[in-house]
Ligand binder design. Structure first.
Ligand SMILES: Nc1nc2c(c(=O)[nH]1)N[C@H]1C(S)=C(S)[C@@H](COP(=O)(O)O)O[C@H]1N2
Ligand SMILES: [Mo]
Length: 489
C-alpha cells in the first residue's frame, strides 16, 4: 500500500489504491448508507471511511499471513487479487494509467510475501538441525518483515512529500492573487450583524464544506482548462488566464446545502468574484431548446444539473474564481467553480469545474438525481437560532434570542419567535444586505425565569412561511421549525 501511494503521487494522487477503493465505495453506496454516514459522522465521514478500509486491510493481511504458512500460493493469489481490485476501482474513475499504482502495489505485495516465506523455509530447515541456527533464521525472518515494513513506511512518506511539493507549486501561482473586479460588490449596509450571531460574511476557513471527494483535489491552474460546449454555436475552451482576463464581478451571496438539517451548519456567506454566466452564454451562443446546463468536475465522476433559465434571467450566476478577495482554496473548488444565487449547492455550485455542457434534461441525468435526490429542488426558506445555544442560560442583563434566516433570491420578509408554544411574536430584523443573502434577527425575551423553549419561523418576500411539519433532508431538503431549550435567569 505504501508503494502504491508513492507511485500514485507521481501518476495521479486520487489513484492511490486505498483512496481509489474508498471513492468507488462512496459512488456505489446506496443513498440510505450515505445519509447515515453524513448524519452520524458529519465532516469526519471520510477519515472514518479511510480508516475502516485500513482496518479491513490489516485483518485481511493477518488472515493471508496465516494461510501463507501452509498454502503460500493461495496467499499470493489473494494479494494479487487485492491489487486487481484496487486497479479496477481506479480505472472506473479515470484513464487506464490509474491502474498503475494498484498494479505496483500488488506486485510488490506478492514479492514481499515471497521474501518472507523464503526466510521462513530457511528457518524451518535450519531449526530441525540446530537450535542456534534456528534462532539466527528467525532473526532473518524478522529482519525481512521489519525491512518490508520500513520500505512501506518510507514509500508512503515519499508519496506524502511529493504531494506537498505539488501543493507548493500551486501555492506560488495562487500567491499572484486576482485582478481587480470590473464591478465590485456594494458595501454591506451598517448593522447587518447582530452580536453573537454567525459572522455575516463567513471567513473562508470557516465556510461549510460538502462534497463527495475523498481527497481534496490539488489542481495546477497553469495546465487547467474549462470547456463550454454542447448545443452552442461556438464551443469554447478557456485557460485560467483567459478566465481572469474577462471582466470579473464581485457579489455577496449565501450558499446552502440541501443536506442541511433544521438548525444545521451547512449555510455560509461569501464575497465571491467570478465571470458572469451571461458573458459566457453570449460568447458561445446557446441554441434554443436548451433547458439544462450540465457541469462536470475534474476530480471525480460528479456531475450537476442546473436549470439554464437560472443562469440567464439576470441574477448573479457566475463561474467563480475567488472568495473574500482571495483565489479559491483547494477545498472550495480551485481553480474555478460555479455559483448561482437562489439554488441549492448540489444543483448549482460544481467545484473543480472542468466542463459546462449546454443540453437538455431529457439528454443528461446528474450524479445526485441518479441517486434519488430531486432533480431541481427549489431552495427552501429556513431559519436558525444561534444564541443562546440550546440548553444554556439566557443572561438577565442581556436576554436576547437571535439568529439567521435565509430564502436566497426571494428575500426574508419576517421572522417570528414563540416561547413555550405560545403566540408568535415578530423578531427585529437586522439591516438587509439584499435578497441573495441571509438576514440576521433578534428578539428580546421578557418572560418569567425558568426553563423554556423557543421556536423560530421565517416568511419570505413571496409570502411563504416555513411549515411546521418536519421532513428529512432527502430528497429535497429539511422543512420544519428550529427549536431550542434555554433557562432564563
Ligand atoms: N465537484 C463537486 N462539486 C460540488 C460538490 C461535490 O460533491 N463535488 N458538492 C456540491 C454541494 S452538495 C454543495 S452544498 C456545495 C458546497 O460547496 P462548499 O463545499 O464550497 O461549501 O458544493 C457543490 N459542489
Ligand atoms: Mo449540498
Amino acid at each position: 500500500m505504501g508503494v502504491g501511494h508513492l507511485v500514485a503521487s507521481l501518476v495521479n494522487p486520487v489513484a492511490s489504491p486505498l483512496l481509489a477503493v474508498g471513492s468507488a465505495l462512496i459512488d456505489a453506496a446506496p443513498t440510505p448508507a450515505k445519509e447515515f454516514a453524513v448524519r452520524t459522522f458529519g465532516t469526519n465521514d471520510k477519515p472514518i471511511l479511510v480508516s475502516s478500509i485500513g482496518v479491513v486491510l490489516v485483518v485481511f493481511g493477518a488472515v493471508v499471513g496465516l494461510i501463507a504458512w501452509r498454502r503460500p500460493r493461495i496467499a499470493s493469489v489473494a494479494i494479487g487479487l487485492l491489487g486487481v481490485a484496487g486497479a479496477g476501482a481506479a480505472v472506473t474513475r479515470g484513464p487506464w494509467t490509474n491502474a498503475i499504482p494498484s498494479v505496483a502495489a500488488g506486485v510488490v505485495g506478492v514479492a514481499a510475501l515471497h521474501l518472507m516465506l523464503t526466510r521462513r523455509v530457511a528457518d524451518a530447515t535450519a531449526g530441525s538441525a540446530l537450535d542456534a541456527a534456528k534462532g539466527r533464521s528467525r532473526r532473518g525472518f524478522l529482519a525481512a518483515l521489519g525491512g518490508t515494513a520500513a520500505v512501506a513506511a518510507v514509500a508512503a512518506a515519499g508519496g506524502v512529500v511529493v504531494g506537498r511539493a505539488r501543493d507548493a507549486a500551486s501555492a506560488a501561482r495562487r500567491a499572484l492573487g486576482l485582478p481587480a473586479p470590473a464591478s465590485a460588490a456594494k458595501a454591506l449596509p451598517e448593522g447587518v450583524q447582530v452580536p453573537g450571531v454567525s459572522t455575516f460574511t463567513t471567513p473562508a476557513a470557516d465556510f461549510y464544506r460538502v462534497d463527495i471527494s475523498l481527497v481534496t483535489p490539488h489542481i495546477d491552474a497553469s495546465t487547467w482548462t474549462l470547456t463550454l460546449d454542447g448545443l452552442v454555436d461556438r464551443p469554447l475552451t478557456l485557460t485560467y488566464d483567459d478566465l481572469l482576463a474577462m471582466p470579473l464581478v464581485e457579489r455577496d451571496i449565501t450558499l446552502t446545502c440541501v443536506s442541511n438539517e433544521v438548525g444545521g451548519p451547512y449555510v455560509s456567506t461569501g464575497r465571491w468574484s467570478g465571470v458572469p454566466f451571461r458573458d459566457l452564454i453570449a460568447r458561445v451562443g446557446v441554441h434554443p431548446g436548451v433547458d439544462q446546463v450540465y457541469s462536470y468536475s475534474l476530480d471525480s465522476n460528479y456531475t450537476c444539473s442546473t436549470p439554464f433559465q437560472a443562469l440567464n434571467d439576470g441574477r448573479d450566476a457566475m463561474v467563480v474564481v475567488g472568495l473574500n478577495g482571495e483565489p479559491l482554496a483547494d477545498e472550495r473548488g480551485y481553480p474555478a467553480r460555479m455559483l448561482v444565487p437562489g439554488l441549492f449547492g448540489f444543483v448549482s455550485a460544481t467545484k473543480w469545474l472542468q466542463r459546462i455542457e449546454f443540453t437538455t434534461y431529457a439528454a443528461r441525468t446528474a450524479y445526485w438525481t441518479t441517486r434519488g435526490w430531486a432533480t431541481d429542488a427549489p431552495i427552501l426558506t429556513q431559519s436558525r437560532i444561534d444564541v443562546p445555544r440550546s440548553l444554556t442560560t439566557l443572561p438577565k442583563d442581556k436576554p436576547v434570542i437571535a439568529g439567521v434566516a435565509w430564502a436566497q433570491h426571494r428575500g426574508i420578509a419576517k421572522v417570528e419567535i414563540r416561547i413555550d408554544e405560545g403566540d408568535w411574536k415578530e423578531a427585529k430584523l437586522a439591516a438587509d444586505g439584499g435578497i441573495d443573502l441571509w438576514r440576521q434577527w433578534s428578539y428580546v425575551y421578557d418572560g418569567p425565569a425558568g426553563l423554556h423553549s423557543a421556536q423560530v419561523r421565517a416568511t419570505d418576500l413571496d409570502g411563504h412561511t416555513q411549515p411546521e411539519q418536519r421532513t428529512k433532508v432527502f430528497p429535497s431538503g429539511a422543512r420544519g421549525w428550529h427549536q431550542i431549550q434555554f433557562t432564563s435567569e
